[in-house]
Design a protein around this ligand. Sequence first.
Ligand code: C5P
Length: 193
Amino acid sequence: MPFTIAIDGPAASGKGTIARALARQFGFAHLDTGLLYRAVGAKRGDPVAAARSLAPEDLARDDLRSAEAGQAASRVAAIPEVRAALVEFQRRFARSEPGAVLDGRDIGTVICPGAELKLYVTASDEIRARRRALELGADEARILAELRERDARDAARDVAPMRPAADALLFDTSEMSIEEAVARAIACAREAG
Ligand code: C5P
């Protein structure tokens, strides 16, 4: 049986870094599910058709990391048919052998409710904005406003809103270094396995 790790949380909380480190540590496959919504948001035309016809080359566009792509992703992510079109691919990925790490907003609640380990990673708004501003070389105040707008939309939508699963371990990385957050996540995974 494959081992599935679900990592959810708001934008720039550190979940992607933790997910990549866990995948490397255990030799698991890793899926950044935010990239799926970013790719759908970046395609022209009807987002539902875009989600149904998503192809690997759509995920390789180099403009997907921008703040604008994040906003577009969050808008299409509120459309139920867009989410429905992406469920099967994510669930299949979650069954990768010997295991998989998926990070997003609804992995523990909707995509993989039976995951062996669920983490919900957070950090204060200001710290998340600082991290993302450094990463993108962008203005911190603008990023803070953008993150807050996106988190509010992601948490308020009717389908698969961003929230911790009842059995998720809450992980606040505000006061942690990357190394510390990764070490703790690895310890949690060892305990769960
Ligand atoms: O994680 P990332 O910031 O790349 O996600 C971009 C957007 O995609 C999020 O703001 C959210 O609206 C959407 N998303 C989602 N469900 C996921 C992953 C991302 O709704 N599992």
